[in-house]
Design a protein around this ligand. Sequence first.
Ligand code: URA
Ligand code: SF4
Length: 187
Amino acid sequence: MAETLEAISERVVKCTLCDLSNGRKNAVPGEGMANAKLMIIGEAPGKYEDILGKPFVGMSGKFLNKYLELAGIDRSSTFITNSVKCRPPNNRKPVIEEISACRSYLISQISLIKPKLLLCLGTSACNSMEIRYQHLSEVRGRPMHLKFYGLEIECFVTFHPSFPMRFPKARETFLADLKEAKKIVGM
Ligand code: URA
Ligand code: SF4
């Protein structure tokens, strides 16, 4: 029988595959629907995610929630996770080795959920999906078909919400990207 999302989460909370396991209060496997048409990948748990064991509950989470709502996307119908499931010290960016160590959980989650679209928020999510570029603008804002560890999957890249949160000029593009993602999914 196929593994459930809960079973994957149980493996994540016990995981010691990389050093990020040393500093975590709680691992953050992700949350949402097993039949989600839209799956969202962020970067890494921050302070509040680590405390609560849930993704996107801090400041960028609030910003993301607001923009999902503006785009007409119901967060509770999605599945949201991150490129690494444990909080990096002082909220530094996860390094490639940590993202690689954590990738097998993401692959398990994608295989089980089989989303219609995978929305990658920023650089770390792209690293998880092995989407390569010099500058994010080369891949941002358009659907792409990926072959990924035996899976075939539609991906769509946009900014990590912390970018438009800090730079208001990027907000219009971020919203347009979310609306485009919604259109592709047909939600
Ligand atoms: N919270 C998360 O869960 N992921 C991020 O990438 C940022 C904040
Ligand atoms: Fe395991 Fe991922 Fe946490 Fe590293 S970040 S310990 S690979 S669950």
